[in-house]
Design a protein around this ligand. Structure first.
Ligand SMILES: Cc1cc2nc3c(=O)[nH]c(=O)nc-3n(C[C@H](O)[C@H](O)[C@H](O)COP(=O)(O)OP(=O)(O)OC[C@H]3O[C@@H](n4cnc5c(N)ncnc54)[C@H](O)[C@@H]3O)c2cc1C
Length: 464
């Protein structure tokens, strides 16, 4: 049969399996049907729930404004698919094109999409993690449990880690009137994602809203009472803190263990794939029938020197899933690259934070509109003389403009003037990101691999 004939047959009566039935999995399934795939479609998800949305979990749900079980993702239309929910994929046989399930069942495929995302990094001491009062936040069930505990008015909440999720949790707690301590190993909240200059603004916001923010501090241990309830935390400065709730927000771990021994290039940093979402095998050779999308994927981006990016962003999961689905049922000449410009949003302490591009690649930052002191501004990041990213605090109107600047590799610092440009915005300053060679709890973007303009390879030790 000719290549065209085989593709037509695949589109008509092929078997497509998607592992990971969440945002990326659902959007890929919808795209496959929209693009005319009429074969069999199976979605395998280890959570028992229909696909739901995670961003509200740390915002509306923790505030009690929405219930965790009302966060289902809207479906574009009735989806003709076989849903295998509440059962994990436990193994992959690439030669036989077969996924093994935890219940012993096996599902065969002609094309496989892996969209297994990430999970919350647990507290590293298992017995302490078991204490009543210690939480993580990744799933709808996590959110429901934490919400119930917050509603019971704990005496103090300790948030461990001040990345985006930790900061949003602290914000929700303060909005509920709860006493909160945030312990962050870095010099400021959000420092791994946005750098120290913007991190200082985040620190001011937290303190102004009554957070007991402690930076440069690690939590070294959690202590319970005789009934196994959390009572206090031990900190690296030798002090202790009484708290009956601790939320561990130390970043995420990629869900790739089930692929061990499969021959796929999967590991703690995710699953590497080409710009067309085709997974690499362990030899670094691209596969023809296994695709990846969403938080679990690492893919090279032309706009960022072809560096491999792992993006834990909602919009990335949606866009990459659509590209992967399209490419799964297209000939090589019709395939397209995943060229989405990274974009992220967060709301915390009454401020709407948005970014485009990859701030953590920035060497310098300049405030082009507004003012850091007023907590209302746009900051633009530069890398090797070009605009690489922008972030806004309560000032989204400029971001589209900067997205175009990023796409066109516009020179940095920006040369134009604007009415809202203050003296502090006349000169760029070092963006002040933590030294990448020091272990962190996991920034939202990790950069590795080879770029034509920068051949340094930085080894970042993996953390348990
Ligand atoms: C609390 C919270 C707040 C967030 N807020 C924002 C925000 O404000 N802005 C933003 O841009 N992004 C935000 N995000 C990130 C965004 O939700 C993710 O980028 C998005 O969910 C990624 O979708 P995904 O489908 O790739 O992965 P996931 O949503 O992680 O889904 C992967 C699914 O695969 C399942 N799975 C894993 N292993 C297996 C297996 N072996 N077999 C079967 N199933 C498996 C998982 O249980 C999960 O259901 C937030 C995330 C969280 C947790």
């Amino acid at each position: 049969m000719s290549g065209d004939g085989a593709l037509e047959q695949l589109r008509r009566e092929g078997r497509i399996v998607i592992v990971g039935a969440s945002l990326a999995g659902l959007r890929a399934a919808e795209t496959l049907r929209e693009e005319g795939f009429t074969g069999s479609l199976t979605l395998i998800g280890d959570e028992p729930h229909e696909p739901y949305d995670r961003p509200p979990l740390s915002k509306q749900v923790l505030l009690g404004h929405a219930s965790a079980d009302r966060t289902e993702l809207p479906r574009r239309h009735g989806l003709d698919a076989d849903w295998r929910l509440g059962v994990a994929a436990a193994g992959l046989d690439m030669a036989a094109r077969r996924v093994r399930l935890a219940d012993g069942d096996e599902v065969e495929y002609d094309r496989l999409l892996i969209a297994t995302g990430v999970r919350a990094r647990p507290w590293p001491h298992p017995t302490e993690a078991e204490l009543d009062g210690v939480f993580v936040l990744r799933t709808r069930d996590d959110a429901a449990r934490l919400q119930r505990r917050l509603a019971a008015s704990p005496r103090r909440v300790l948030v461990i880690g001040a990345g985006f999720t930790g900061s949003e949790i602290a914000s929700a707690c303060r909005e509920r009137g709860l006493p909160v301590t945030v312990a962050e190993r870095g010099a400021a909240p959000l420092v791994g994602a946005l750098g120290g200059v913007i991190g200082q603004v985040a620190a001011e916001l937290q303190r102004e809203h009554g957070v007991d923010l402690r930076c440069g501090i690690m939590v070294t241990g959690l202590e319970g009472d005789s009934a196994g309830r959390l009572r206090r935390a031990h900190l690296s400065d030798g002090t202790t803190l009484d708290a009956d709730v601790a939320v561990v927000s130390l970043g995420a771990t990629r869900n790739t263990e089930w692929l061990a021994g499969s021959g796929l290039g999967a590991g703690p940093r995710g699953i590497a794939c080409d710009a067309g979402c085709r997974a690499f095998d362990v030899r670094g050779i691209v596969t023809d029938d296994v695709f990846v999308a969403g938080d679990v994927a690492r893919s090279p981006h032309a706009l960022f020197g072809y560096q491999f990016l792992s993006l834990e962003h909602w919009g990335n999961a949606v866009a990459q899933a659509a590209t992967a689905a399209h490419n799964m049922i297209s000939s090589s000449s019709e395939r397209r690259p995943h060229l989405w410009v990274p974009a992220f949003w967060s709301s915390q302490f009454g401020v709407n934070i948005k970014s485009v591009g990859v701030p953590s690649l920035g060497e310098e930052v300049i405030v082009t509109q507004g003012s850091l002191a007023e907590h209302r501004f746009t900051g633009v990041y530069g890398y090797q003389g070009r605009v690489i990213a922008a972030v806004s605090f309560d000032q989204t109107k400029w971001l589209e403009f900067y997205q175009r600047q990023i796409e066109s590799a516009a020179p940095f610092p920006p040369e134009y003037s604007s009415v809202d440009r203050r003296p502090e915005g006349l000169r760029p300053v070092p963006a002040d990101f933590p030294d990448p060679s020091l272990p962190t709890h996991g920034p939202s973007v990790t950069v590795s691999g080879y770029s034509p303009t920068d051949q340094r390879i930085t080894f970042t030790p993996a953390r348990a």
